[in-house]
Design a protein around this ligand. Structure first.
Ligand SMILES: *Cc1c(COP(=O)(O)O)cnc(C)c1O
Length: 219
């Protein structure tokens, strides 16, 4: 029993749902697929490969977790969007693997705004420095289509809103300075089961929702 429709019914037009199926078996994904869901998010390479092989070809797989450069090659042939690019090195590797399989792979840059030290991602300063440096413009087999972030891990709504708001303001800065002529740079990936209504108020275009659809998972 999944809660796909309940969640989908709460999303306004213009917000796409990434159904986060990590740690859940292929049968549950199939159930969501049969109810019309096509975008699924996974965060482990091996698990994603197994599911991709077992499930229908018209699923749009998104990689939402931390991605190690040496594993890019396993998902390059089919991945539709990589949400959490957190270094220029990773972006270069995605480009290299994209070239090998003749694809241009869409990527989001992951921002680190949360209070926790341990989260991955670029600080705003690091992100701007990378974009200003400009070498990314030479990469022909990746396309930057937006930003991703996670809010601080807290129940404090004000702090969560502040994180998403900061991401939203920063998106406009990056868009204006580096992607003004590129309509494809348009994605704001923020919001999970616990905080997606706030994320939508702060202009998310992609929400990554797992447990609210599939129930609690282990791990
Ligand atoms: C697991 C995960 C989600 C979904 O989390 P839920 O709380 O289950 O909705 C979203 N984004 C990322 C990056 C994740 O790892």
């Amino acid at each position: 029993m999944i809660h796909l429709t309940e969640v989908r019914d709460t999303l306004p037009e213009g917000v796409q749902l990434v159904a986060v199926s990590k740690f859940h078996p292929a049968e549950l994904i199939r159930e969501a697929y049969d109810q019309g869901q096509r975008i699924f998010g996974e965060s482990r390479v091996q698990e994603l490969r197994e599911k991709q092989t077992a499930l229908p070809d018209d699923i749009e797989w998104h990689f939402i977790g931390h991605l190690q450069p040496n594993k890019v090659k396993y998902i390059a042939p089919f991945i539709r969007l990589i949400h959490a690019v957190d270094s220029f090195k990773l972006l270069c590797e995605i480009d290299k693997q994209g070239r090998k399989v003749g694809r241009v792979i869409d990527c989001l840059l992951e921002l680190h705004l949360a209070a926790e030290e341990t989260k991955f991602g670029f600080t705003k300063a690091e992100c701007l420095a990378m974009l200003e440096e400009g070498a990314w413009r030479e990469l022909r087999n990746v396309r930057l289509t937006g930003l991703m972030c996670m809010a601080s891990h807290t129940d404090e709504e004000a702090r969560i809103r502040q994180d998403f708001h900061e991401a939203s303001v920063f998106f406009d800065e990056v868009k204006t300075r580096f992607f003004a002529d590129e309509p494809s740079f348009c994605q704001r990936s923020w919001g999970m089961s616990g905080d997606y209504p706030i994320a939508i108020e702060e202009r998310a275009t992609l929400v990554r929702i797992g447990s609210a659809i599939f129930g609690e998972r282990e791990g």
